[in-house]
Write a protein that binds this ligand. Structure first.
Ligand code: HAM
Length: 415
């Protein structure tokens, strides 16, 4: 027996998954985003440069392969933002803001647990080429309306922080460094992060460290005049739009390209892996990826697998499209297989959903099968029906049977 790879999933019923993707797509179309697709494999360097070499994703979690001959290192994408920016620059897109989204599998070699997989799915939306902070507000609002009004999620919260501009972070990092130097009980990871990627100390899961950081300086207290005004605008505007949020001063996000706005939507029932959507502004990414010019941008990614976990508990209240009614053709024996296939072919051409039972099962077991499959009716073809060019239509709900000419079956079923 060969089992699936640890941290991957066999998705054997995609009803909820597809409903989710379609709902997100519909919502994004309303806000004039259009769909793109980028490769699943990308040069490893793209993520090293954009996410940062000291981030967990690049440091520990990349699926990288050496392709041999040309010595090029390629990897399975861990996220889509850097690739979207690469595509934008590579295609020389001139019309900005470029409002796009893509969706598909991402890969991170993390320790698997509920809601955390090594292959997972994101919808990633990006507004490339706009430094208007109001775009950040619109992205957050479209997500809030999707989660609350369309997907009917209730037990969740929106966490927001503002990381300022590059200059603000230089000032803040110095303040934080001095503060951490006064502490004596930092965990080993925080001691390393203090030197290598100091903002990430806030992501530490150790309780004693978290307690110490409650009194740490807050980045929103080190903002320059422009950033302070933008931060105030975001808060006020979200209030005007009735989008509830909590300011979480320790929210820094795990990827290095962020500045200014960062946010996460967290599910209160999801356990340790509670963020089901995260995003923020990334004004320097274009030049990091190789553009000669800056393209300030903002975006977010929805964790589809975590949203599926949240929706599973409340799927009965959702407007999931009904499957079309199913009709099962039950030929008595091999002699009727040809006519059964012919009838199926005619009905399918008229958009009627049909399955034919071709395994030579007994009449009783074919009816049982149709019942289990939730068929609306069974179309029985025995030797008598074959001779008379008819089928017996057995209504699987009432049990009523009616003989119908083979020529008229489609009209009969549609009626
Ligand atoms: P991220 O926070 O790394 O951001 O991922 C976004 C979402 O993907 C998370 O909130 C989570 O729901 C889901 N996710 C991440 N890792 C896993 C995993 N191992 N298993 C299951 N779900 C996971 C980004 O990826 C950024 N590119 C978002 C962005 C777009 N920022 C700007 N534009």
């Amino acid at each position: 027996m060969i089992n699936r790879i640890k941290g991957t999933q066999d998705l054997l019923d995609l009803t909820l998954f597809n409903f989710l993707i379609e709902s997100v797509k519909k919502q994004l179309a309303l806000y004039n985003f259009h769909e793109i697709a980028t490769p699943i494999i990308e040069p490893t360097d793209l993520f090293k440069r954009s996410l940062g070499t000291e981030t967990d994703v690049v440091n520990k979690e990349m699926y990288t392969v050496n392709t041999g001959a040309d010595q090029e290192l390629i990897c399975l994408r861990p996220e889509a933002t850097a690739a979207t920016m690469r595509a934008f620059i590579e295609a020389g897109i001139q019309t900005i803001p470029w409002k796009v989204f893509s969706w598909g599998p991402m890969f991170r070699h993390e320790r698997p647990q509920k809601g955390r997989y090594r292959q997972f799915h994101q919808v990633s939306l990006e507004v490339i080429g706009s430094d208007s902070i109001y775009q950040d507000i619109q992205v957050i609002t479209l997500l809030e309306r999707l989660f609350c009004d369309i997907l009917k999620l209730d037990e969740y919260a929106l966490h927001i922080n503002f990381l300022g501009c590059a200059q603000d972070r230089i000032v803040f990092k110095k303040l934080l460094y001095d503060y951490l130097t006064t502490l004596t009980q930092l965990c080993d990871t925080c001691i390393i992060r203090k030197e290598k990627n100091i903002l990430r100390v806030f992501d530490c899961k150790v309780k004693t460290c978290q307690e110490l950081y409650a009194d740490a300086p807050k980045i929103t207290q080190s903002l320059c005049a422009t950033c302070l005004s933008e931060w105030q605008t975001i808060k006020q505007s979200l209030e005007h739009l009735s989008v509830s949020y909590s300011h979480v001063p320790t929210l820094v996000r795990g990827l290095d390209y962020y500045e200014k706005t960062v946010f996460e939507f967290v599910g209160l029932q999801l356990g340790a892996q509670n963020a089901f959507c995260g995003g923020g502004r990334y004004n320097q990414l274009a030049t990091i990826v190789g553009s000669k010019q800056d393209y300030p941008s903002v975006g977010a990614a929805l964790g589809i697998d975590r949203l599926v976990l949240l929706l599973e508990q409340k799927k009965d209240g959702l407007l999931i499209p009904q499957k079309p009614p199913l009709y099962i053709i039950a030929p008595f024996s091999k002699e009727q297989f040809d006519i059964a296939l012919l009838l199926a072919d005619e009905l399918q051409a008229q958009n009627i959903c049909v399955d034919v039972l071709l395994e030579g099962a007994s009449f009783k077991s074919m009816l049982r099968h149709a019942n289990k499959a939730g068929a609306r009716a069974c179309l029985i073809i025995g030797p008598d029906e074959q001779k008379a060019r008819e089928v017996t239509v057995k209504n699987m709900i009432t049990g009523a049977e009616e003989k119908v000419s083979q020529r008229d079956v489609a009209i009969f079923l549609k009626a």
